[in-house]
Design a protein around this ligand. Sequence first.
Ligand SMILES: NC(=O)c1ccc[n+]([C@@H]2O[C@H](COP(=O)([O-])OP(=O)(O)OC[C@H]3O[C@@H](n4cnc5c(N)ncnc54)[C@H](OP(=O)(O)O)[C@@H]3O)[C@@H](O)[C@H]2O)c1
Length: 250
Amino acid sequence: MTDQKKIAVVTGSNRGLGYAISQKLAHISNVHVVLTSRKEAEGVAAKQRLADAGLNVDFHPLDVTDDASVQKFAVWIEKSYGRVDILVNNAGVNPTGNEPEEGSLLTVRLQTMLSTFETNVLAIARVSQALIPLMKAQNYGRIVNVSTEMASLNSIPTDFYPLAPSYRLSKIALNGLTALLAKELQNTNILVNAYSPGWLKTDMGGENAPFTAEDGAQTAVYLATLPDGGPQGQFFAELRKFGGPIQLNW
Ligand SMILES: NC(=O)c1ccc[n+]([C@@H]2O[C@H](COP(=O)([O-])OP(=O)(O)OC[C@H]3O[C@@H](n4cnc5c(N)ncnc54)[C@H](OP(=O)(O)O)[C@@H]3O)[C@@H](O)[C@H]2O)c1
């Protein structure tokens, strides 16, 4: 029975961090996960991997940059469950390693910057517009925006990360979106927060990353299951790093 459970939607959950977050959420007895992927075959395969591990999740296609796909998903989820309780905006792109032009703001391709914003920022607005009305209808929601400490404006002068203008600016904008959405949702029981998962061994993070996707999923689960009255509009570091919830500088 799913009608007693929190319905959790995780974007981009066919691989990497999104898959690990889905897996961890699926282990929680009162949460029912809807795994999503823009590639249907990969989503079905991911659902099967979880099923093989004894975890029962649903799958539905979702391309977060596609209006029609998001609308179709919103209609399906309302029809299937009548609500959404948890939304993890995980799907993201990072062109940094693929384009040498990303080493400088003076060479970065503006088309790449735009397409990075399409996925990392505009898509979060699109999915929010489609799904938050379902949260508002029941005055309950937990929204987790997957950001990065590379987006901490205060740390930019001294941090050791590559310049990565398209990626960083998109995640800075995502943090801004988080703060604005939190302001709009204040005095509701819909809590929206951003977090940095750390540098992870995924297709995006590469082999040299010190942490696994499972490590990075821990803070997402914490924010996805916040109690009523929990933090609103904050930017969190990894729980693992500090042994508890610590806020990052915007
Ligand atoms: N890895 C790190 O070290 C690290 C560090 C900080 C933050 N993050 C953030 O963590 C999140 C997940 O990253 P990851 O490391 O798991 O990256 P990843 O392995 O490259 O996975 C990215 C996921 O996003 C999906 N995606 C991209 N565009 C999409 C779209 N238009 N619609 C639906 N899904 C889409 C991908 O789907 P396809 O398979 O179809 O491409 C894939 O499932 C991202 O937001 C990233 O910025 C990662």
